[in-house]
Design a protein around this ligand. Structure first.
Ligand code: CA
Length: 227
Protein backbone atom coordinates (compact mmCIF):
# COMPACT_ATOMS: atom_id res chain seq x y z
CA UNK A 1 0.00 0.00 0.00
CA UNK A 2 1.18 3.49 -0.76
CA UNK A 3 2.95 5.35 2.00
CA UNK A 4 2.00 8.98 2.61
CA UNK A 5 4.10 11.48 4.53
CA UNK A 6 2.10 14.32 6.09
CA UNK A 7 4.14 17.34 7.16
CA UNK A 8 1.87 19.72 9.04
CA UNK A 9 2.54 21.53 12.31
CA UNK A 10 -1.08 22.03 13.33
CA UNK A 11 -1.88 18.91 15.31
CA UNK A 12 -5.62 18.86 14.66
CA UNK A 13 -5.23 19.28 10.91
CA UNK A 14 -2.55 16.63 10.85
CA UNK A 15 -4.70 14.15 12.74
CA UNK A 16 -7.75 14.73 10.57
CA UNK A 17 -5.67 14.09 7.47
CA UNK A 18 -4.06 11.01 8.98
CA UNK A 19 -7.49 9.59 9.77
CA UNK A 20 -8.65 10.12 6.22
CA UNK A 21 -5.67 8.40 4.69
CA UNK A 22 -5.57 5.58 7.25
CA UNK A 23 -9.27 4.88 6.72
CA UNK A 24 -8.61 4.61 3.03
CA UNK A 25 -5.97 1.96 3.63
CA UNK A 26 -2.81 4.02 3.22
CA UNK A 27 0.25 3.82 5.39
CA UNK A 28 0.84 7.21 6.96
CA UNK A 29 3.84 8.90 8.54
CA UNK A 30 3.63 12.28 10.21
CA UNK A 31 5.96 15.13 10.96
CA UNK A 32 5.20 18.38 12.78
CA UNK A 33 8.12 20.38 11.41
CA UNK A 34 10.00 20.62 8.14
CA UNK A 35 13.28 19.21 9.38
CA UNK A 36 11.64 16.04 10.76
CA UNK A 37 9.64 15.72 7.54
CA UNK A 38 12.79 15.83 5.44
CA UNK A 39 14.52 13.32 7.73
CA UNK A 40 11.58 10.91 7.53
CA UNK A 41 11.49 11.27 3.78
CA UNK A 42 15.18 10.41 3.53
CA UNK A 43 14.88 7.38 5.80
CA UNK A 44 11.79 5.76 4.29
CA UNK A 45 10.31 4.89 0.94
CA UNK A 46 7.58 7.48 0.58
CA UNK A 47 5.07 7.49 -2.30
CA UNK A 48 3.53 10.91 -1.80
CA UNK A 49 4.11 13.94 0.41
CA UNK A 50 1.58 16.40 1.74
CA UNK A 51 3.58 19.43 2.70
CA UNK A 52 2.44 22.50 4.60
CA UNK A 53 4.33 25.69 3.76
CA UNK A 54 4.43 27.52 7.10
CA UNK A 55 6.35 25.10 9.30
CA UNK A 56 8.80 25.40 12.19
CA UNK A 57 12.49 24.51 11.73
CA UNK A 58 12.40 24.46 7.94
CA UNK A 59 9.56 25.81 5.78
CA UNK A 60 7.76 23.84 3.09
CA UNK A 61 9.57 25.70 0.27
CA UNK A 62 12.94 24.56 1.57
CA UNK A 63 11.76 21.01 2.13
CA UNK A 64 10.37 20.87 -1.41
CA UNK A 65 13.55 22.30 -2.89
CA UNK A 66 15.71 19.78 -1.03
CA UNK A 67 13.57 16.80 -2.04
CA UNK A 68 13.52 17.86 -5.68
CA UNK A 69 17.29 17.70 -5.87
CA UNK A 70 17.07 13.93 -5.78
CA UNK A 71 13.47 12.82 -6.32
CA UNK A 72 10.31 13.26 -8.37
CA UNK A 73 8.02 11.91 -5.62
CA UNK A 74 4.58 13.57 -5.93
CA UNK A 75 4.24 16.58 -3.61
CA UNK A 76 1.02 18.38 -2.71
CA UNK A 77 1.59 21.69 -0.96
CA UNK A 78 -0.77 23.26 1.56
CA UNK A 79 -1.05 26.90 2.41
CA UNK A 80 -3.23 29.15 4.50
CA UNK A 81 -2.54 32.11 2.32
CA UNK A 82 -4.59 32.81 -0.73
CA UNK A 83 -1.70 34.21 -2.62
CA UNK A 84 -1.13 33.48 -6.28
CA UNK A 85 2.59 34.15 -5.98
CA UNK A 86 2.77 31.36 -3.40
CA UNK A 87 1.12 28.95 -5.79
CA UNK A 88 3.48 29.86 -8.57
CA UNK A 89 6.53 29.59 -6.34
CA UNK A 90 5.34 26.15 -5.23
CA UNK A 91 5.11 24.96 -8.81
CA UNK A 92 8.41 26.55 -9.71
CA UNK A 93 10.00 24.52 -6.92
CA UNK A 94 8.45 21.40 -8.38
CA UNK A 95 5.25 20.79 -6.39
CA UNK A 96 2.73 18.69 -8.32
CA UNK A 97 -0.40 20.11 -6.79
CA UNK A 98 -1.47 22.84 -4.44
CA UNK A 99 -4.33 23.08 -1.95
CA UNK A 100 -5.41 26.25 -0.14
CA UNK A 101 -6.64 26.10 3.45
CA UNK A 102 -9.33 25.65 4.51
CA UNK A 103 -9.67 22.57 2.32
CA UNK A 104 -11.91 19.55 2.38
CA UNK A 105 -9.90 16.48 3.47
CA UNK A 106 -11.96 14.42 1.02
CA UNK A 107 -10.84 16.63 -1.85
CA UNK A 108 -7.24 16.42 -0.75
CA UNK A 109 -7.52 12.63 -0.53
CA UNK A 110 -8.98 12.52 -4.04
CA UNK A 111 -6.14 14.60 -5.43
CA UNK A 112 -3.54 12.46 -3.71
CA UNK A 113 -5.19 9.36 -5.13
CA UNK A 114 -5.17 10.86 -8.56
CA UNK A 115 -1.43 11.51 -8.44
CA UNK A 116 -0.72 8.02 -7.11
CA UNK A 117 -2.99 6.42 -9.73
CA UNK A 118 -1.44 8.24 -12.63
CA UNK A 119 1.96 7.07 -11.46
CA UNK A 120 0.77 3.46 -11.11
CA UNK A 121 -0.87 3.61 -14.53
CA UNK A 122 2.26 4.96 -16.14
CA UNK A 123 4.24 2.19 -14.51
CA UNK A 124 1.83 -0.40 -15.83
CA UNK A 125 1.87 0.68 -19.47
CA UNK A 126 5.52 -0.29 -19.61
CA UNK A 127 5.26 -3.88 -20.89
CA UNK A 128 4.15 -3.00 -24.35
CA UNK A 129 5.90 0.28 -24.82
CA UNK A 130 8.49 0.98 -22.21
CA UNK A 131 10.24 3.82 -23.90
CA UNK A 132 10.16 5.88 -27.02
CA UNK A 133 12.34 8.47 -28.60
CA UNK A 134 11.43 11.44 -30.76
CA UNK A 135 13.90 14.04 -31.94
CA UNK A 136 16.54 13.04 -29.44
CA UNK A 137 14.15 13.11 -26.48
CA UNK A 138 13.97 9.63 -24.98
CA UNK A 139 11.06 8.95 -22.61
CA UNK A 140 11.62 5.93 -20.41
CA UNK A 141 8.51 4.85 -18.48
CA UNK A 142 9.98 2.26 -16.07
CA UNK A 143 12.23 4.86 -14.49
CA UNK A 144 9.99 7.79 -15.40
CA UNK A 145 13.07 9.52 -16.69
CA UNK A 146 14.02 11.24 -19.87
CA UNK A 147 17.24 11.86 -21.67
CA UNK A 148 17.87 14.64 -24.14
CA UNK A 149 20.53 13.75 -26.69
CA UNK A 150 21.70 11.09 -24.25
CA UNK A 151 21.91 13.41 -21.26
CA UNK A 152 19.70 12.63 -18.29
CA UNK A 153 17.22 15.44 -17.49
CA UNK A 154 15.42 15.40 -14.17
CA UNK A 155 11.67 16.12 -14.38
CA UNK A 156 9.03 16.35 -11.67
CA UNK A 157 6.12 13.94 -11.72
CA UNK A 158 3.86 16.50 -13.39
CA UNK A 159 6.43 17.64 -15.95
CA UNK A 160 6.98 14.01 -16.94
CA UNK A 161 3.23 13.46 -17.35
CA UNK A 162 2.83 16.55 -19.52
CA UNK A 163 5.78 15.73 -21.77
CA UNK A 164 4.88 12.06 -22.17
CA UNK A 165 1.28 12.94 -23.00
CA UNK A 166 2.23 15.55 -25.59
CA UNK A 167 4.78 13.23 -27.18
CA UNK A 168 2.38 10.30 -27.31
CA UNK A 169 0.05 12.61 -29.20
CA UNK A 170 2.67 14.19 -31.39
CA UNK A 171 1.35 16.34 -34.18
CA UNK A 172 -2.02 16.67 -32.47
CA UNK A 173 -3.14 19.84 -30.73
CA UNK A 174 -3.90 19.10 -27.07
CA UNK A 175 -6.15 21.70 -25.50
CA UNK A 176 -5.30 23.22 -22.14
CA UNK A 177 -8.45 21.62 -20.73
CA UNK A 178 -7.44 18.19 -22.00
CA UNK A 179 -4.02 18.53 -20.44
CA UNK A 180 -5.40 19.72 -17.12
CA UNK A 181 -7.92 16.87 -17.01
CA UNK A 182 -5.25 14.37 -17.99
CA UNK A 183 -2.77 15.53 -15.38
CA UNK A 184 -4.98 16.49 -12.45
CA UNK A 185 -8.30 14.93 -13.33
CA UNK A 186 -10.31 18.02 -12.53
CA UNK A 187 -10.47 21.57 -13.72
CA UNK A 188 -8.52 24.19 -11.87
CA UNK A 189 -10.85 27.10 -11.28
CA UNK A 190 -9.72 29.17 -14.22
CA UNK A 191 -6.12 29.09 -13.13
CA UNK A 192 -4.30 28.69 -16.39
CA UNK A 193 -1.13 30.00 -14.89
CA UNK A 194 -0.62 26.76 -13.02
CA UNK A 195 -0.27 24.93 -16.31
CA UNK A 196 1.79 27.76 -17.78
CA UNK A 197 4.28 27.45 -14.95
CA UNK A 198 4.68 23.69 -15.44
CA UNK A 199 5.10 24.14 -19.19
CA UNK A 200 7.64 26.92 -18.66
CA UNK A 201 9.67 24.76 -16.25
CA UNK A 202 9.51 21.85 -18.66
CA UNK A 203 10.68 23.99 -21.57
CA UNK A 204 13.58 25.35 -19.53
CA UNK A 205 14.70 21.81 -18.72
CA UNK A 206 14.41 20.71 -22.34
CA UNK A 207 16.77 23.45 -23.50
CA UNK A 208 16.94 23.68 -27.28
CA UNK A 209 14.45 20.81 -27.61
CA UNK A 210 11.81 23.05 -26.07
CA UNK A 211 11.01 24.25 -29.57
CA UNK A 212 9.22 20.97 -30.19
CA UNK A 213 6.53 21.98 -27.71
CA UNK A 214 4.65 24.65 -29.59
CA UNK A 215 1.98 26.87 -28.14
CA UNK A 216 -1.23 26.98 -30.14
CA UNK A 217 -2.68 30.37 -29.34
CA UNK A 218 -5.89 30.33 -27.30
CA UNK A 219 -6.07 26.53 -27.63
CA UNK A 220 -3.27 24.52 -26.14
CA UNK A 221 -0.02 22.80 -27.02
CA UNK A 222 1.36 20.51 -29.65
CA UNK A 223 4.47 18.37 -29.80
CA UNK A 224 5.92 18.73 -33.27
CA UNK A 225 8.30 16.17 -34.69
CA UNK A 226 10.39 18.36 -36.93
CA UNK A 227 10.63 22.06 -37.46
CA1 CA B 1 1.56 25.53 9.27
Amino acid sequence: MAKILIVEDEKILREILMDYFLNDGYEVMEASDGKTGLDLYQQHEVDLIILDIMLPEMDGWSVCRRIRKTSDVPIIMLTARVDEDDTLLGFELGADDYVTKPYSPAVLLARAKRLLDSRARTNKTINTNDSFIINGINVHFPSRSITVDGERVSLTHTEFEILAYLMQNQGIVISREQLIMKIWGYAYAGDDRTLNTHIRNLRTKLGNKARHITTVVRTGYKFVDSL
